[in-house]
Write a new protein. Sequence first.
Length: 138
Amino acid sequence: MAENLKDVGFLGELWQQIRLVFYLIKDADVPIYLKILPFAGILYTLFPIDLIADVVPVLGQLDDLTILLIGAKVFIEMAPPQVVARYMAQMNPQKSATVVEGETVDLSPKVKLIEGETADDLVDLKSESGKKKGFFRR
């Protein structure tokens, strides 16, 4: 169980983003004008004119990679949230339903409801009204 909770890392997150982009491109609920963003990033990568020339050893490739990642991230952020949530739950079923076990604590005596009144006053009112309307009287 603990290995499922590990951070997937940069490459795992990158793979999830790629899969999510493909799912969102195929979905009919995502507007067509948003679907242009990932293709614009790919077109920029293939186009010979860049902000930083590809002749520069590392910076040219990082420039292209950055544009692709930003295009994918903006596309995911602008897509309808319910569609993104549906595909994220589909890709990560173990994270979609998490049960948290714990202990309940009664904080009602410490809560101030109305200025000058506390939850104790409310409990007293509930107990008085419960005595009058109960089905089984003793």
